[in-house]
Design a protein around this ligand. Structure first.
Ligand SMILES: NC(=O)c1ccc[n+]([C@@H]2O[C@H](COP(=O)([O-])OP(=O)(O)OC[C@H]3O[C@@H](n4cnc5c(N)ncnc54)[C@H](O)[C@@H]3O)[C@@H](O)[C@H]2O)c1
Length: 318
């Protein structure tokens, strides 16, 4: 009898957790993107690659902004073949280097007349520091996209209506903004334990949500809108730097039983990029192709403004 109850309880728990983690909605919009240009950062793998492929299928000129020339060019070739769209190219971008971000933006603005959609998708959970001495996770997941977006804002405004889509995570809910950490980089993402990485990751994903909140305010009246989102629990290379055995076991279980493929993981990004009629929701957060209310700290005007100012200083904009 006890055995039977345990089995039933396990099944019930499985279905509850499955419902929470697994995203079920598919973006069904049929918008065509001929003549439009999009940038997908980290577009060579995982969710970014699936997103880039779906946008290429719709006819967009797709720029894969990635670190590795070889991997980026291979992915661009695969996407061209799969989508039947020859207008998919690689451009080098390392978000862990502000020099690389500025050089990417300079080349892009010189060579590309349009920017209709910027998808800040790239992210990681790895220890260390960026080239500029910032904690790696904060640097790549927040400061890099912050600088990139600002460098490209004028072009987005010229091409409006246009959008910025920031791929965050439901993990932002566990993050807390610590301005002391951001300024000193003593703790964020520098430790070698997976707990440190986890804390820095959730913090950086909260920064994505707050950045989007403040960006929307600054973009009011420009016809450029922005959104942040959780893509679902998706099988990808994101956990490659997790080393501790218990964290790897947890990751394997989640990945095996609760994670979906990158195509499913791209649906909310596609929704935020292409769905008509969500412009009035600029600055908000989405999950499973629908609006979700974030916790108070993630929509606090004062915190978002302060984060913006600190971020400006960290990338030499102020
Ligand atoms: N996989 C999930 O379950 C999950 C859940 C929530 C949020 N996310 C977010 O989704 C986004 C995509 O992740 P994914 O799951 O496809 O993982 P992934 O590791 O497959 O893709 C991440 C991409 O970012 C790129 N990247 C990493 N560092 C970079 C740098 N310095 N410069 C440029 N590009 C860099 C990688 O090369 C890769 O292309 C990330 O922002 C991640 O935080 C993923």
């Amino acid at each position: 009898m006890i055995f039977f109850i345990v089995i039933v309880a396990l099944f019930v728990a499985y279905f509850i957790v499955h419902r929470i983690f697994v995203h079920r909605k598919t973006f069904t919009g049929t918008a065509k993107l001929y003549g439009k240009t999009v940038i997908v950062t980290g577009g060579n793998t995982g969710i970014g690659k699936a997103t880039a492929t779906a946008l290429a299928v719709r006819g967009a000129r797709v720029i894969l902004a990635c670190r590795s020339k070889q991997k980026g060019e291979e992915a661009a070739k695969e996407i061209r073949t799969e989508s039947g769209n020859d207008d998919v190219i690689f451009m080098q971008l390392d978000l862990a280097s502000q020099k690389s971000i500025r050089s990417f933006a300079e080349t892009f603005l010189k060579t590309e007349p349009r920017l209709d959609l910027l998808i800040n998708n790239a992210g990681l959970a790895a220890a260390g520091r960026t080239e500029d001495g910032i904690g790696m996770i904060l640097g790549v997941n927040h400061i890099g996209p912050f600088l990139l977006t600002n460098l490209l804002l004028e072009r987005l405004k010229e091409c409006a209506p246009s959008r910025v889509v920031n791929v965050s995570s439901c993990g932002h809910d566990l993050g807390t903004i610590d301005f002391d950490c951001i300024n000193t980089h003593k703790k964020l993402g520098l430790g070698s334990s997976d707990g440190d990485l986890f804390r820095a990751y959730t913090h950086s994903k909260l920064c994505n949500v707050l950045f989007t909140h403040e960006l929307a305010k600054r973009l009011e009246g420009t016809n450029v809108t922005c959104y942040s989102l959780h893509p679902g629990s998706v099988r990808s290379e994101l956990g490659r730097d997790i080393t501790e055995w218990h964290a790897r076991v947890l990751l394997t279980v989640v990945s095996k039983f609760f994670a979906t493929d990158p195509v499913s993981g791209a649906q909310t990004t596609l929704y935020c990029s292409l769905q008509d009629g969500i412009e009035h929701l600029s600055g908000r957060y989405f999950s499973d192709c629908q609006l979700v209310q974030v916790k108070a700290e993630a929509r606090d005007d004062g915190v978002a403004k302060k984060l913006w100012e600190v971020s400006e200083k960290l990338c030499g904009m102020a």
